[in-house]
Design a protein around this ligand. Structure first.
Ligand code: HEC
Length: 145
């Protein structure tokens, strides 16, 4: 009996850590709440892409999304999000969420991931800064559809 209980709690604890439970206090259940820490939010919000919106960049962003960025595995083909353990990936077709974020905040997420969730670091890890701005143009495009 005791052994079984210990095993059960071991599994539960492992799951808790894997799904980001250890950082739960840093995570916002409300998807509209900024992910960028408060003390730097204003500064990050003002950062703009150096690249004007262009069809070629949206297409390049699409390649990153379906290719080496691996975004599609969690965010799904149409951007609404796949079912994964832990916190749900963002639904990029949500217009209210699109309006709540600046490009600077999206770049911060690509550089830092979203602590306490499955959202991994992408820029500087698997994609370049320019590819990051391109994929942000593609995310905005998904939001306009
Ligand atoms: C392993 C799964 C996974 C992969 C791969 C992934 N994401 Fe995410 N993403 C998530 C999850 C989970 C969230 C929700 C995080 C949260 O609520 O803070 C998220 C959230 C986001 C957000 C929203 C953050 C915010 O401010 O609300 C953006 C933007 C984003 N991802 C972009 C991308 C891009 C672009 C890629 C590919 C380059 C990518 N993600 C790859 C799981 C993933």
């Amino acid at each position: 009996m005791m052994k079984k209980l210990v095993k059960y709690f071991g599994v539960a604890a492992t799951l808790w850590v894997l799904t980001g439970g250890a950082n739960a206090f840093a995570f916002h259940a409300n998807i509209y709440e900024p992910r960028v820490p408060k003390e730097m939010l204003e500064e990050i919000q003002e950062i703009e892409s150096p690249y004007p919106v262009a069809r070629e960049r949206i297409e390049a962003g699409r390649h990153v999304y379906f290719g080496k960025g691996l975004c599609v595995t969690c965010h799904s083909k149409d951007g609404t999000g796949a079912r994964i353990p832990g916190h749900s990936p963002r639904n990029f077709t949500n217009k209210k969420w699109q309006e709540a974020r600046t490009d600077g905040e999206l770049m911060w997420i690509l550089r830092n991931g979203s602590p306490g969730t499955g959202m991994p670091i992408r820029v500087g890890n698997v994609i370049s800064e320019e590819e990051g701005w391109n994929v942000i143009q593609f995310i905005r495009y998904l939001g306009r559809k």
